[in-house]
Design a protein around this ligand. Structure first.
Ligand code: UD1
Length: 429
């Protein structure tokens, strides 16, 4: 199994290109199931999760052609995918595939809307809590789906097609919003989704659906009104930049000190994280085609943060912020309100010398003078990258085991950081 070795203690200087957002690329690829015409997606990141979803979609009968291979390390235009679901040949998404990635469960709504039936395995993905699918199912039932659970599979049927309905989510769910939004685009009549997720990736999918001919009002708000139409068309769409990758690199620079341009990054996609980083003493300047992140000398100020759906601080940056807070000049608190059990990075950060006290959903981080390198274990996607940040900060050598998690969500992570003066190496086997 691959490991990553980091020699820490170096400042970062240079330019890092920001890739297309994983969390938008995945549902956008799934949206190709809604039409028999070609959906062309530009700026698709080259990630393990994207490749796995491509396999799942091919299994359903989606034809995928890829062009625009990256010519060099400073290119950040991503790949261009042409996805054509002329005929859905199989409306079953098998356990072997769905269990590896939770987002593949989102094929349920589109397959059901297009074929009138779907059989999708209950999902897997990062081990960060129980992550139920009850809201996905209730949302599709509100559009007329009949749902059974059979041998670990969700079996959904709508023999007479889906019909518009009213869906009020009891809590904000990105995935349930994607699932119901995509199904509603093909359902007969009007669907109202209340308490919809406002994450920018949901807006990106909704904008793409509009290009495909869907009628959607309220994009970017908690209330989405969708007029379903019988068939959607092909379209061309560019995946928006990855705000989590942006925030991760910004925190790495805040942690090590330095001066880096994040090319293609957009501050408006991660306002709360930008506010937190500025309050911690990092300079973030909007420049043409990106953001300049600077921190020179001064200690990181402690933070007080609670994860929340947009417009709050994202849970997907919680672990990275905690790494940054380990050497702050005072005591920070971070409360995780979205996922239980998303603190697996804590014990690993402690191995590097951090002082963190965990009580339920609240982590109290007392800043220490410095971290020291040590062997650590990656446990999930965002936790893994928090250990990379900690390794960059630490004196001496840090080895991170089980780094396959990183490849699910970060494109060319080592190359991007090494180009800015980091010393990271991947060790195979
Ligand atoms: C998506 C993101 C993930 C991010 C998360 C929250 C992708 C591919 N993944 O995951 O990176 O961390 O949003 O921003 O975009 N819940 C239920 N019932 C349901 C569905 C969800 O109780 O039917 C709960 C979850 O357990 C969790 C909360 O709702 O506590 C939010 O989860 P959700 O927004 O659905 O996360 P994902 O869409 O899986």
């Amino acid at each position: 199994m691959d490991r990553i070795r980091i020699n820490g203690g170096r400042q970062l200087e240079g330019v890092i290109p920001i890739s297309g957002a994983k969390n938008a690329a995945l549902p956008l690829m799934i949206a190709s199931l809604l039409t028999s015409e070609t959906l062309t997606l530009k700026n698709v990141p080259n990630l393990a999760d994207v490749n796995l979803l491509a396999r799942i979609l091919r299994n359903h009968g989606v034809d995928l052609a890829v062009d625009g291979k990256r010519p060099g390390p400073v290119q950040h235009l991503g790949e261009t995918f042409h996805l054509t679901a002329r005929d859905i040949v199989d409306s079953t998404a098998p356990y072997e595939m769905v269990s590896k990635m939770r987002a593949s469960f989102w094929v349920l709504g589109p397959l059901l809307a297009r074929c009138g039936e779907a059989r999708v395995s209950m999902p897997g993905g990062c081990a960060i809590g129980t992550r139920p699918v009850d809201m996905h199912l209730a949302g599709l039932q509100a559009l007329g789906a009949e749902i059974d659970i059979d041998g670990g599979y969700v079996v959904a049927r709508a023999p007479r097609g889906l019909a518009g309905g009213r869906v009020t989510f009891p809590k904000v769910s990105v995935g349930a919003t994607h699932n119901v939004l995509m199904a509603a685009a093909l359902a007969r009549g009007e669907t109202l989704i209340e308490n919809a997720a406002r994450e920018p990736e949901v807006g990106d999918v909704a904008s793409c659906l509009v290009k495909m001919g869907a009628e959607i009002e309220g994009i970017g708000t908690p209330t989405l009104r969708i007029q379903g139409i019988g068939a959607l068309e092909g379209a061309r769409h560019t995946v928006l930049p990855d705000r989590i990758e942006t925030g991760t690199f910004a925190m790495a620079i805040a942690a090590t000190g330095g001066n880096v341009v994040l090319k293609g990054a957009r501050a408006d996609l991660l306002k709360s994280a930008v506010d937190v980083l500025r309050s911690a003493g990092t300079e973030i300047r909007e420049i043409e085609d990106g953001l300049r992140i600077v921190r020179n000398g001064a200690a990181v100020e402690p933070v007080r943060v609670e994860t929340q759906p947009v417009p709050g601080f994202p849970t997907d940056l919680q672990a990275q912020l905690m790494a940054l807070a380990t050497t702050a000049g005072g005591t920070s608190t971070i409360r995780e309100t979205i996922f239980e059990n998303r603190f697996m990075h804590v014990q690993e950060l402690v191995r590097l010398g951090a002082n963190i006290d965990l009580q339920g959903d609240l982590a109290t981080i007392r800043g220490v003078a410095d971290l020291q390198g040590a062997p650590v274990m990656a446990t999930d996607l965002r936790a893994s990258v928090s250990l990379v940040i900690a390794g960059l900060m630490a004196e001496g050598e840090t080895t991170i085991n089980r780094v396959y998690h990183l490849d699910r969500g970060f494109e060319r992570l080592e190359a991007k950081l090494n180009a800015c003066g980091a010393n990271i190496e991947r060790l195979s086997g």
